[in-house]
Write a protein that binds this ligand. Structure first.
Ligand code: SF4
Length: 478
């Protein structure tokens, strides 16, 4: 059954309201986000010197993105030297065209996929299915959301919003057998079903955690072993990677081998770390016979050289910022209406897609800065959110009433006499709404503020007056 927070619901506010009504979703998201956040905390404390590692990660990503043209060329040259094919895609349409061309050339009928956010970004499943190709997600979480007819609601844990009971129902419907909610039973069902799919697939599609420039190696971090099946059993392997996913060398990878799993799942290392350098060579025991790497731009290059937003390309898609975000933790991923949810999505979506429907996402934040504290490469997401809000205001896409309200706010708060007068007036007006020291139901636009929490009333004696009196006493004493 599709989620109640379907991302195609037009308005962010509507999607948010729907998510807030879904108690199962909220409980499931909070439960998993808490676990991931706590595991990250203990694994980084145990590791030690975490701030130094973060700084190393930031510096490597900054250096790489500042010299992306150089490292990207080196990566592409190395892939070609090792026998792989490289395709550049300026946008989602070009990436889809490249995939479909390979599918036609190979006369493929079935595709197995391991987790890839870029594949979600270009909606490749829809195109393959339309062409009559069977597509099967093989990451357990992705498999669950595929069966549910949904999209992932977390970068790392796609089915974070699903309860065990819901998964049991999905698997039971798919397999025609009655299953229990026992983890072993559910995982066993997925394992048996997916093994058959791996064996008959013509093409395997994966994402790419990192592309190593010095060797042309594609690095994949997984926990279920499905990526190894996807890259080894079908004859053709297609890698979908964002153009920014480059690291210069294996020495740099060592830093991210420590940062990524700890930030994503609190693990010291993921169960599998696969490195693919070119297609299968003579004498190799495994590997796909042909390797195609599709490098996607899709709005990324426009951030290069932009001092306000270039740092967003440092992101390693660990998902840590989602787990600590007070907004994401309440509404889950689908309410964002974008492939990329949470704080990273609130910045990335308007920058990459530039559609009007993503302009409101930067407002889905309390600007508390928890995302920055969690980010292993120190991306100042909260600053970018403010800049994107300012960009929306400059574009004039703001309601007249809101513009007037903020003009009035500026007028009052920029002059102390006006400010004092406004506070005095507020003290009189609040009397009709105050109950037990709180305003429990505001009117007009204030109603939204008091819908889910009370606002404390203005005190009879403001701090300013108290401070004046106190400072006079202190001066007399001294
Ligand atoms: S912004 Fe930082 S914390 Fe969020 S997904 Fe990217 S790297 Fe991880």
């Amino acid at each position: 059954m599709p989620s109640t927070t379907n991302r195609h619901t037009p308005d962010l506010l509507d999607r948010t309201r729907l998510a807030l009504q879904d108690d199962f979703l909220r409980a499931a998201v909070r439960f998993t986000a808490d676990r991931l956040r706590d595991k990250k905390q203990s694994s980084t404390e145990e590791f030690g010197h975490w701030e130094e590692w973060r700084e190393r990660g930031r510096a490597i990503r900054a250096h790489t993105i500042n010299h992306l043209d150089y490292y990207l060329k080196q990566f592409v040259d190395q892939v070609r030297q090792t026998g792989g094919h490289v395709h550049f895609a300026k946008d989602a349409g070009e990436a889809v065209t490249s995939v479909m061309q390979i599918v036609r050339e190979k006369k493929a009928r079935s595709v197995v996929k391991s987790k890839s956010m870029v594949s979600e970004e270009i909606h490749i499943n829809e195109h393959l299915i339309e062409a009559g190709i069977e597509v099967v997600e093989t990451d357990l979480g992705e498999y669950i959301v595929q069966l549910a007819g949904e999209t992932p609601s977390h970068i790392i844990i796609p089915a974070i919003h699903k309860t065990r009971e819901q998964i049991k129902t999905l698997f039971t419907n798919a397999g025609g057998e009655h299953l229990t909610t026992d983890t072993k039973v559910l995982a066993g069902f997925a394992r048996k079903t997916l093994r058959e799919k791996f064996l008959k697939a013509d093409i395997g599609i994966t994402g790419c955690n990192f592309g190593i420039a010095e060797s042309g190696t594609v690095v994949l971090y997984t926990n279920e072993g499905n990526a190894d099946m996807v890259t080894n059993l079908p004859k053709t392997h297609i890698v979908l990677m964002g153009m920014e996913r480059i690291l210069p060398s294996f020495a740099d990878l060592e830093v991210f081998a420590n940062l990524l799993p700890r930030s994503a799942t609190g693990q010291k290392l993921t169960t599998y770390m696969s490195m693919i350098t070119g297609p299968r060579r003579q004498g190799d025991r495994d590997g796909a016979e042909s390797l195609h790497i599709i490098i996607l731009d899709n709005g990324r290059s426009e951030q290069l050289g932009d001092p306000e937003f270039q740092d967003i390309l440092h992101c390693i898609r660990c998902g840590a910022c989602l787990n600590v975000c007070p907004v994401y933790r309440q509404i889950g991923g689908h309410a964002y209406g974008s492939v990329y949810p949470g704080p990273i999505g609130a910045v990335l979506s308007p920058l990459l897609y530039q559609g009007k429907q993503y302009e409101d996402l930067p407002f889905a934040s309390s600007l508390c800065g928890a995302c920055y504290e969690a980010c292993p490469v120190k991306i100042p997401i909260h600053d970018m959110l403010v800049r994107l809000r300012a960009r929306k205001v400059r574009s004039g896409h703001v309601a007249k009433a809101e513009q007037l309200a903020f003009r009035g706010y500026k007028m009052i708060f920029s002059h102390h006499r006006r400010y004092r007068l406004a506070i005095k007036t507020g003290r009189v007006l609040q009397e009709t709404m105050a109950q037990n020291g709180y305003i429990q139901s505001g009117f007009g636009p204030l109603a939204g503020w008091t819908e889910s929490r009370y606002a404390p009333t203005l005190k009879e004696e403001p701090f300013r007056d108290k401070w004046e009196a106190l400072s006079k006493t202190l001066k007399t004493k001294s």
